[in-house]
Each structure stands twice: as structure tokens, then as C-alpha cells.
Design a protein around this ligand. Structure first.
Ligand SMILES: [Ca+2]
Length: 567
């Protein structure tokens, strides 16, 4: 309904009613209370057929009549016009790989310039205390299931433990059932065997590389097409390998543009653009590296920053296309990063945080989370404690998706809809749990029970960076000490004990989700096998070495320890 109304407004050459409303929304927000919406914190997500909610529809009809009659909008109804539940916009998630929270100029980077990501930041709702998992596959699993990754079998990034459990319901499946068309462009990293691939997990359009990154080879299930680099990679496109031309990030965005361009007038779409950049190896276009050569001390830092600058260029192209297509106001763009800083540390900036990728400190899990929806979301910082597990229920609610009871009951995240409508809305205390996973394959997970683990509340962060069977808890008041410099555990034993007990209950509850721990991986990477079956060829001696546990330096004993490569 809102799409039709917007088109009608544009055709007639009149301002859109939501735009008119937006101009006065700040005033309205001061005078009115937040409308009740489905799935808010106060009420659980309810089952509902796809479509605009009755209340919102009714108001849009009223607003349309008022607009046709040339009458002003009632100011105290502005928030209803901007309400997001059930609005069914297009949704674009841009997720970058190993770009830290600080690796963008809007978060204070002293050298890097990211004007387009900054624009998403400036024009959207910014969740400034938003957390993901410490590494790649875990974050992707949590985003797409609304649950901690351990509950879906994901306890690592390789060795079959990157595979999303087949009984997990993905957000793409839910959106497709709600009438969306769905596409993924870039990095999947939740299983390369055919049964685990995105075309079997709810995506209509699949344009992906294999493994955790372009060119990777690990023993078992996880590895890309042979011989791939970040330039001109072979990409699996709906089951068929395509030789692409160009730099990987450009290739993924361009394919997303083609796909969106062909469908923008049809059903609403969900486009998941998952960059493998700026993850190592730092393969970069020479012209992008040149943008930062000489500006940073470490020579590899210029490569990393150049890769981010290239991503930023593509974000700019995306925003331009949405405007050119006339769907800017019908499209929610979410820009997010997938774990703490890694390559960006070469440039010496981490936004004042302790820790990085692979740790449980804030620097390991705090992520950018920027939500831009012109005409609907009011630009603002939101300080509520939020997380990747919230993405699924939020998007499902915005899409008006019907959630079967078994799916609804398994979601651990909360809908962020109340905060998108009012970033200062009440937000009940919550607890988030972090664990790196990555205990050696075949070992007893209990030996890593307290290794790289954390419990977070809005104020407190209980972290065990290097424990094992016994914890080594440190306690930080992150409200007062966001840099996590002062360990307060000795003076706050009661808080440590209470949070530690919650951690133990959580750990005991997730064990049954570990369905991949004893899985025996295939001898040949499934992605490579698929490639060779289409193009001919066979593993080289180097391929064979890297697909062997003892031959691959990343998995050769005793190198397979938490925090070590691979990532
Ligand atoms: Ca990553």
C-alpha cells in the first residue's frame, strides 16, 4: 500500500505525505508516546499474514485522502506515518568482513575517509552499542537465525563447524515465505556442501564464493574455487561457475545492482551483500592502495585502507542507484561489520577499545550497525545494548512475516522496531553471551569452557580471556570504562558470581546445538569438486596439501588453537 501511495505521490508531482510528516516528526516525537507495534518489547512477535497492518493501512488511507484534498496532516499522527512494523520495505544488508568498528571516518578514524558509509551513518539510526560474534561464520549464523551461533552448530569457521545446522530456519526463508524475493552476493561461509548452500537456505539468487574467503583452502568442507584471487574470481552463480571480471567487491555490488534493477518494481526484495573484503589476504586494487600510500606507517595498512575505501565507493554507488531507481524511500539499508578489528590495527586505530577480532573484549564484538531508511527513520544515535541476534526478529517484523510458533520460540534476539521508531524508547536490561568457540577438533569443549568468553549487561562486562576449565574472570564497568582498563572483579565478587552463574547456565544450554563436532569432512572441498565437475581439472599437489589436516599449516597440530589462524 505505501509503495502504491508513494508512486502515486511522485507521479502527481506532489511531495510524499511521509516526507511532509517527517519534517515535523521531531516535534511530534516530543509530544506523543510511541505507538504500540507488533513484536515490541512489551508484546511478543505475533503471527500475522503478510501485508501492512490494519492500523497503519487505515492511517495511510486517511493521509492519502487528506493529501488529495490538500489538507494538512494532523501533527499528532506523524509517528504513525513513520511506524516501521509491517511496512515491507526492500531490505539491503551490507556486511563487510574484518572491518573493525573504528575502520570508518564516522567512527573517528584519523586517516581513512569513508564519505558514503558516513552518509549512511548521518542519515540513519546508529546503534552505538551493538555486538556481534568475534569471528566470521558465527556472526553470519546469528544474523540469519536470530540465535547464538552455538545453537545452530557453528563453533568455528572451518572443519565442518562453520556449517549452519540444517534444521535452522533462516531469515531468508522467512522473508521468502512473506513474499519477498531474496538474493545473496559475496560471502556465505555457512557451509559449502550443496545441502548447506544458500539456494537451499532461502535465497532465490545466489552469487557467492566458497569457503570463508576468496582463494581459501582448508581440509574438509570449507574452501573456495581453485586458483581464485580477489581479482576476476570464479563465482558460483545459481549453480554455475562464472568467470567474473573486476575486483571482488565491485563484482558483488554490480551483480546486486543488476539483480535489484531487474526486480525493483516487483515484490519487495532482500539483498544480502556480504563483502569478503577487507579480510586478509590484503589483495587490493593498485589505485585504491595508492590512495593511502605514504599516509600510514605500516605498508600493509595502505592496502587495508584502500580495500575499505573501495567498499565505501560501492556504498556510494548503491545509494545513488536507489535514488535513480526511485526506491530510496522504500528501501532500508543496513550497514554492518562482522567482528572486531583485524587488518585495521595495522593503521593503529581501534576507537579506544581493548581487544580485536578473536577476543571477547568490546574490541572483539562491537560492530557498526547503521540503519538508513529515508523518510521513515529519524537520524539518531541509539545507546541501547543490541546485537546481531536482533536482526532476524527486527526484519521479520518490518516485513510483516508470519513466524510459525516453533520458529518464534527459538529466536533469542529482540525486535529493534521500538528503537528504530524511537531510539530513546525504554529497553529492558538484557544479557548477551560471547564465546569464541574454536576449541581443537575432537577435543573436549569443556577444556575451553572459559576461554575467550564473556557476559555482557548494559553496565557490566565479565570477560574470561584466557581461562579453560576454570575461569579467569575480569570485570569492567563499561559504562564508565569503555576502554576496559580497570578490572573491578576483586571488589565486586557478588556481581562476578551472579554473572558467572548465568554464564554456566547458558553454556550448559547450548551444548546440545553442537551438531558438527564429530562430523567427518569430505576429502575434497565441495566447492572445488563442483568447479572441476563443470570445468574439468583436478586437485594440484598444493590443493592436496592444503586439504590435508597435517599438510595445512593452519590445522597441523599443534597449531589449531583458539585465536590462531584461520579466520
Ligand atoms: Ca570476519
Amino acid at each position: 500500500m505505501h509503495r502504491m501511495f508513494h508512486r502515486m505521490a511522485r507521479t502527481a508531482g506532489h511531495p510524499e505525505p511521509t516526507a511532509a510528516c517527517r519534517l515535523s516528526r521531531g516535534d511530534c516525537a516530543e509530544r506523543t508516546s510511541r505507538p504500540k507495534v507488533r513484536g515490541s518489547r512489551d508484546r511478543p512477535l505475533t503471527m500475522k499474514s503478510p501485508g501492512v497492518p490494519r492500523t497503519a493501512t487505515g492511517w495511510r488511507v486517511v493521509l492519502a485522502i487528506l493529501w488529495i484534498l490538500g489538507l494538512d496532516l494532523p501533527p499528532d499522527r506523524c509517528l504513525l506515518a513513520g511506524a516501521v512494523a509491517g511496512r515491507r520495505p526492500n531490505v539491503i544488508l551490507v556486511l563487510t568482513d574484518d572491518q573493525g568498528y573504528g575502520d570508518m571516518s564516522c567512527h573517528g578514524h584519523p586517516v581513512l575517509r569513508t564519505p558514503n558509509i558516513d552518509r549512511v551513518h548521518r542519515e540513519g539510526v546508529r546503534f552505538v552499542d551493538f555486538h556481534v560474534s568475534p569471528t566470521c561464520s558465527p556472526t553470519r549464523a546469528a544474523l540469519l537465525t536470530g540465535r547464538h551461533e552455538f545453537r545452530s552448530g557453528v563453533t568455528h569457521t572451518i572443519l565442518e563447524r562453520e556449517r549452519l545446522a540444517l534444521d535452522a530456519t533462516t531469515l531468508a526463508e522467512v522473508l521468502r515465505s512473506a513474499g519477498y524475493t531474496t538474493g545473496i552476493f559475496g560471502k556465505w561461509h555457512l557451509g559449502d556442501e550443496p545441502a548447506h548452500q544458500p539456494d537451499r537456505r532461502g535465497f532465490d539468487e545466489v552469487f557467492v564464493h566458497g569457503g570463508g574467503g576468496i582463494g581459501q583452502t582448508y581440509p574438509g568442507s570449507c574452501g573456495d574455487a581453485p586458483g581464485n584471487t580477489y581479482l576476476d574470481p570464479e563465482i558460483l552463480h545459481n549453480g554455475v561457475f562464472e568467470k567474473t571480471h573486476g575486483y571482488c567487491t565491485d563484482v558483488f555490488f554490480e551483480q546486486a545492482f543488476r539483480w535489484i534493477g531487474d526486480r525493483r518494481h516487483d515484490r519487495p526484495f532482500f539483498a544480502y551483500i556480504a563483502c569478503n573484503a577487507p579480510h586478509a589476504p590484503l589483495q587490493v586494487r593498485a589505485e585504491d592502495e595508492a590512495r593511502y600510500a605514504g599516509k600510514v606507517a605500516h605498508p600493509k595498512a595502505a592496502k587495508f585502507l584502500g580495500m575499505v575505501a573501495n567498499i565505501d565507493d560501492n556504498v556510494g554507488r548503491l545509494l545513488d542507484r536507489l535514488r535513480e531507481w526511485g526506491i530510496d524511500r522504500d528501501t532500508l539499508v543496513v550497514f554492518m561489520t562482522d567482528n572486531g578489528a583485524d587488518g585495521g590495527l595495522l593503521a593503529g586505530y581501534n576507537a579506544g577499545m581493548r581487544g580485536a577480532k578473536g577476543t571477547a573484549f568490546l574490541g572483539g564484538t562491537r560492530a557498526a550497525s547503521l540503519w538508513r531508511w529515508p523518510g521513515t527513520l529519524h537520524p539518531s544515535d541509539c545507546h541501547a545494548l543490541a546485537a546481531h541476534i536482533d536482526f532476524f526478529p527486527t526484519i521479520a517484523e518490518i516485513a510483516g512475516a508470519r513466524l510459525p510458533r516453533p520458529v518464534r520460540s527459538r529466536i533469542e534476539g529482540r525486535s529493534l522496531v521500538p528503537l528504530l521508531e524511537d531510539p530513546g524508547a525504554p529497553w529492558a536490561e538484557r544479557i548477551l553471551f560471547t564465546h569464541l568457540g574454536r576449541w581443537p577438533k575432537g577435543s573436549d569443549p569443556e577444556s575451553a569452557r572459559y576461554r575467550v568468553a564473556a557476559v555482557r549487561t548494559p553496565r557490566w562486562h565479565l570477560v574470561s580471556p584466557d581461562g579453560g576449565r576454570e575461569p579467569h574472570w575480569m570485570l569492567f564497568d563499561v559504562a564508565a570504562d569503555p576502554g576496559e582498563k580497570t578490572d573491578l572483579s576483586a571488589d565486586n565478587r557478588r556481581i562476578v558470581g551472579a554473572l558467572s552463574a548465568k554464564y554456566d547456565r547458558w553454556w550448559n544450554s547450548v551444548r546440545k546445538g553442537w551438531v558438527n563436532e564429530t562430523a567427518v569432512g569430505p576429502r575434497i572441498n565441495p566447492f572445488k569438486e563442483r568447479f572441476w565437475s563443470q570445468r574439468g581439472g583436478q586437485p594440484s599437489a598444493e590443493d592436496q596439501r592444503l586439504m590435508d589436516m597435517e599438510g595445512n599449516p593452519a590445522t597441523r597440530k599443534p597449531a589449531a588453537s583458539p585465536g590462531a589462524r584461520p579466520r
